[in-house]
Design a protein around this ligand. Structure first.
Ligand code: ATP
Ligand code: MG
Length: 441
């Protein structure tokens, strides 16, 4: 195996616990992902050492969930979670247990976890995997299965409805039948979960791999209709077959999600999902099916949806801009130099360009137009897009102009000419001002 500093750190902490005669195991994602030959993101340890003992042994640990017996130890880049074995009491509010009992038996600790593949223990020193829930069989069969009675487990903590979809999508696993039945039946209970937690799961479903499958599962479970009704409306909305041989707006959107690059920036992933959200409300038939103004309507809806989900302002702004500008590539061949440079100057143009690539793939179109846009963009250096100003306000005053709103007009006109390639020196720019603008006006 490759050297993994996080694993080494986790092993050191495990050794300290073992030294103090405690039971200690790797648990959860790190065991699952290693068995699947996937990169391990972070290491979680489970131990019979009670919380007070953890504080003694690791005085610098962060007490993230003191109430639940969870601490985090930071070692260089790595953050290792250490949790005392526990069982959870009755759940309140469909999210958290009233109280927990610390346990000395690891079996109790794995039974409170959500899915069998997330409940495997690994002896850190021998590598032996300890499986109290038949997780190894499910891992081999690529099945996501709730531990115990699925309906009870989803009712206890409704966030698990979305976690199930996230793991199934990311890992490409099937959801076991009884688990799926309970998920579908309990989908309406998702409204008990805070918007922030729902938002974070949606973001992860869109960016951690398997976004297409994730959205199909959201749809099939009924969660899409509840959480993103505007997206559910795309289903069955027809498109002109000459531009969209793939089918309706939903089919098109799923294709974009399928082609997302690995670990996409969140705004790009959100925009792939939302770019045509303005199509259902703008659908009309004249000479052919048309969606007049769908990018603007889509931008408006995108802002509303992302605000409802309480995304940070910067994520909303970027995503809205991506949706709003996604049709502008059609005009690129006809744009003059200045218009093209201003288009390329859009913030996050790299994501805008990538969304265009996805949009073409989603329409089963060749990528020639994308490649041409990429080439044009690459041939323009940064100083071509944002050339240093040739003239300042001071210069205008010297020429005899009085400061005021006209200054911006004049300076903008110079920049426009500069971007068009008509002006390249200060002298030319001053000459241009004198010819075009009246000192008295
Ligand atoms: P990831 O790679 O996404 O981090 P993970 O399996 O490590 O996957 P975490 O959310 O980091 O998942 O949680 C660590 C472990 O804690 C899980 O594997 C699972 O055993 C348990 N767990 C986390 N959240 C829940 C939950 N809501 N209900 C029950 N068990 C949970
Ligand atoms: Mg984890």
């Amino acid at each position: 195996m490759m050297r993994d500093p996080a694993r080494d750190s986790a092993l050191r902490l495990a050794a300290a616990l073992r030294e103090a005669t405690h039971l200690v195991y790797f648990v959860g994602g790190c065991v699952r992902d290693k068995l699947l030959n996937l990169p391990v993101k972070d290491y979680d340890l489970a131990t019979d050492a009670p919380p007070a003992r953890l504080k003694d042994l690791f005085p610098h640990a962060l007490e993230v969930g003191a109430h639940f017996g969870v601490v985090i130890v930071r070692e260089g880049e790595a953050e290792i979670q250490i949790a005392t074995f526990r069982s959870d009491h009755a759940y309140r509010d469909g999210r958290r247990p009233e109280a927990v009992t610390f346990e000395s038996d690891p079996r109790q600790d794995v039974l409170r976890r959500d899915f069998t593949i997330n409940a495997l223990l690994e002896d850190p020193f021998t590598g032996e995997v300890i499986d109290h829930v038949n997780g190894l069989a499910d891992l081999r069969a690529r099945l996501l299965r709730a531990i115990g009675d699925p309906a009870r487990r989803f009712t206890e903590d409704r966030l698990r409805l979305l976690r199930a979809i996230r793991f199934a999508a990311r890992l490409g696993f099937e959801i076991e039948a009884a688990t799926w039945d309970a998920l579908v039946r309990l989908a309406p209970a998702i409204t008990a979960v805070s918007v922030e937690r729902v938002r974070d799961e949606l973001s992860r479903i869109l960016t951690e791999g398997g976004a297409r499958r994730g959205c199909e599962l959201l749809d099939a479970s009924g969660l899409l209709e509840i959480l993103l009704p505007e997206i559910a409306r795309m289903k069955g909305v027809p498109q002109p077959p000459e531009f969209h041989p793939e089918g309706d707006v939903w089919t098109h959107t799923l294709l974009l999600l399928e082609h997302l690059p690995p670990s996409p920036p969140l705004p790009l992933a959100l925009a792939a999902l939302l770019h045509d959200v303005g199509k259902p409300p703008t659908f009309s038939v004249s000479d052919r099916i048309r969606f007049n103004g769908h990018a603007e309507e889509g931008a408006r809806l995108t802002a509303l949806i992302l605000q409802r989900l309480k995304y940070p302002g910067a994520i909303i702004d970027t995503t809205v801009a991506l949706v709003k500008n996604h049709m502008r590539f059609l005009d690129l061949p006809r744009m003059g130099q200045a218009a093209r440079k201003r288009f390329f100057r859009l913030p996050h143009f790299d994501q805008q360009l990538e969304l265009y690539r996805l949009d073409l793939l989603g329409g089963l179109r060749p990528l020639n137009a994308y490649e041409e846009a990429l080439r044009l963009h690459e041939t323009l250096a940064a100083e071509d897009l944002r050339p240093a100003p040739l003239v300042t306000g001071e210069d205008l005053i010297e020429l005899g102009f009085s400061p005021g709103p006209r200054f911006k007009q004049i300076l903008d006109a110079i920049e426009e000419e500069q971007l068009e390639g008509g002006l390249s020196t200060r002298e030319q720019a001053l000459q241009f001002v004198l010819e075009r603008f009246d000192r008295a006006g």
